[in-house]
Design a protein around this ligand. Structure first.
Ligand code: HEM
Length: 509
């Protein structure tokens, strides 16, 4: 006969204490949820009750990579402003862009949301507060002026030509013209920004493989989503810390990523050169000011430049190519415009691709790609200051996280006619179809706006116009069947882009 187990006092306590904590946690969560719905300063804003009550539906949606689609669905249902989390409002109008990201009359700006822009040990341009940001931006801005960028033309041309050469080699090689343009564009954008920022080629195009830095970068972005979850739910945070101990590769990749950047920055700082890379501007600008950047700040900002300047531009190159190849009439028009504008490949220069009136249709394709497939489809959140703010005509109480959700703004039928369709002609004054007559063009701000708007916008346009012109000039392209649905992607702040398979043919002379 078996013995009956009678729990002793120690066993009972071991069960009772966690059980007690769990009950207390559940009760506090439910009371908070009830208060969030009925007695919160944002209670009057529209949105689903679950979103008003808890943080996790929003975090979970982003963590799974469906943030863009889920948030847009909420805007379609609830309107221009939606309460997507207890303390978070999402907007989708042109007015909201100005109210949230523009500089105020008293020269202040809405601060970046610290729960999103998680600060590391070093201040860097993207997460710095307003005062620090002004200091850093002043040092970096001269490197991004059109004059400074035009001086970089030989360097840029080297990489543009290398891309064409590598693509051309694929035609006669075993690949028989089949190529993954997503990888090639990523190699190109990373090589360019690596060279511009740190004065040294990274060799991704040359070697034809993703640099470990790039592979780790995307892991890092996904990792940020987990950190945000852990910040909102400390219980998840504890579990996550445990996971890191059990699976050290999680943290190792991040450490390797940081170590690589440090090594490259240190090597560059040790090198005496008169090459005008971005670091040269930072060091020169800091010489006669007490505002120079510390070593840690140089490191932090270099990481930002490498990231901000590679992934975003490569995304646009991929997107524009896919939209073109998916619509043969558009492709033919863009291609014949480029081939007519440039008799010889050498005529394609930074100045010629940017000259007004030279490539109107290609420029319209680029704008429409930025609308339909923005590099950063999600929200870049700010926090309202003491006393609250008027946003898009609504009074928003202080300490609220606010932002424009790019995907929802760009694809909203109240901002754009036939918003879900790719129609480059909407950007051409004389050809815009009547259904696009009321387009709210200012509702699309792919580079954001105001004092924290993109510093690399001119560089991005130079790169995108130059590369698309060259690819369309040199090659005839077909989309491979497996990339027909390429555009259907998950989003983790940036897009999780799969390979973009195309078949290249040399242009018939
Ligand atoms: C199509 C390409 C690009 C897009 C769509 C884009 C978009 C953006 C956006 C939306 C922001 C605002 C971020 C925020 O508010 O947190 C930003 C900031 C920034 N971008 Fe870009 N970007 C692009 C290319 C580049 C390039 C090529 C560089 C060159 C390094 C660059 C450098 C920066 C920097 C330094 C900032 C921070 C500006 C500041 O806080 O003052 N970007 N970008």
């Amino acid at each position: 006969m078996g013995q009956t187990f009678v729990p002793g006092p120690v066993t009972s306590l071991a069960v009772a204490i966690p059980f007690g904590f769990l009950c207390a946690y559940l009760i506090v969560s439910l009371v908070t949820a009830f208060t969030n719905i009925h007695a919160h300063p944002l209670s009057g804003f529209p949105g689903p009750r679950m979103r008003a009550a808890f943080e996790f539906p929003n975090i979970w949606s982003n963590l799974k990579g469906f943030g863009n689609k889920d948030t847009k669905r909420l805007h379609d249902r609830y309107g221009h402003v939606v309460r997507i989390a207890p303390n978070t409002l999402s907007f989708n109008t042109a007015r909201a862009w100005q109210d949230i990201y523009g500089l105020k009359k008293d020269r202040t700006e809405l601060a970046k949301d610290p729960n999103y822009y998680i600060k590391g040990p070093a201040v860097q341009i993207v997460n710095a507060d307003q005062k620090e940001h002004v200091r850093i931006r002043k040092l970096l801005a001269p490197a991004f002026s059109d004059t400074a960028l035009l001086e970089q033309e030989p360097l840029l041309n080297h990489y543009f030509n290398l891309l064409v050469q590598k693509l051309d080699e694929k035609i006669d090689g075993p690949a028989n013209g089949r190529v993954d343009l997503m990888s090639q564009y990523n190699f190109l954008a990373f090589d360019i920004i690596g060279d511009l920022a740190l004065g040294e080629p990274f060799g991704a195009l040359e070697n034809g493989e993703n640099h470990a830095w790039m592979r780790n970068f995307f892991e890092g972005i996904k990792f940020l989503g987990v950190i945000r979850f852990a910040m909102a739910y400390p219980v998840v945070g504890l579990f996550f810390q445990l996971l890191q101990r059990l699976k050290p590769s999680f943290a190792e990749k991040r450490i390797a990523h940081l170590a690589f950047t440090k090594k490259k920055v240190d090597e560059r700082l040790d090198r005496i050169t008169d090459r005008k890379d971005f670091l040269q501007y930072i060091l020169q600008g800091g010489k006669d000011r007490q505002n120079s950047l510390s070593h840690l700040e140089i490191l932090g900002n270099s990481r930002v430049l490498l990231t901000a300047g590679s992934e975003t531009t490569a995304t646009q190159l991929c997107g524009a190519t896919w939209f073109l190849l998916n619509n043969l009439i558009t492709l033919q028009r863009a291609q014949s415009e480029v081939r007519k504008a440039f008799k010889n490949a050498e005529d394609i220069t930074l100045r010629s691709v940017s000259a007004p009136g030279t490539l109107p249709f290609l420029n319209a394709v680029i704008e429409e790609t930025l609308r339909c497939y923005p590099s950063i489809p999600s929200t870049l959140p700010r926090v309202t200051a003491a006393g609250g703010a008027i946003i898009d005509g609504h009074f928003v109480p202080e300490n609220t996280s606010v932002g424009v959700h790019q995907w929802s703004a760009n694809r909203s039928s109240s901002n754009f006619g036939a918003a879900e369709s790719f129609i480059p002609e909407r950007w051409l004054l004389e050809e815009a179809p009547s259904l696009c007559a009321n387009d709210q063009k200012d509702a699309m701000q792919p580079f954001s706006l105001g004092p924290r708007g993109c510093l690399g916008k001119s560089l991005a346009y130079f790169e995108i116009r130059s590369v698309l012109s060259r690819v369309l000039w040199h090659f005839d392209l077909e989309l491979e069947d497996e990339s027909r649905n390429w555009i259907d992607q998950k989003e983790f702040v940036f897009w999780d882009k799969p390979s973009l398979w195309v078949k290249l043919h040399r242009k018939v002379a």
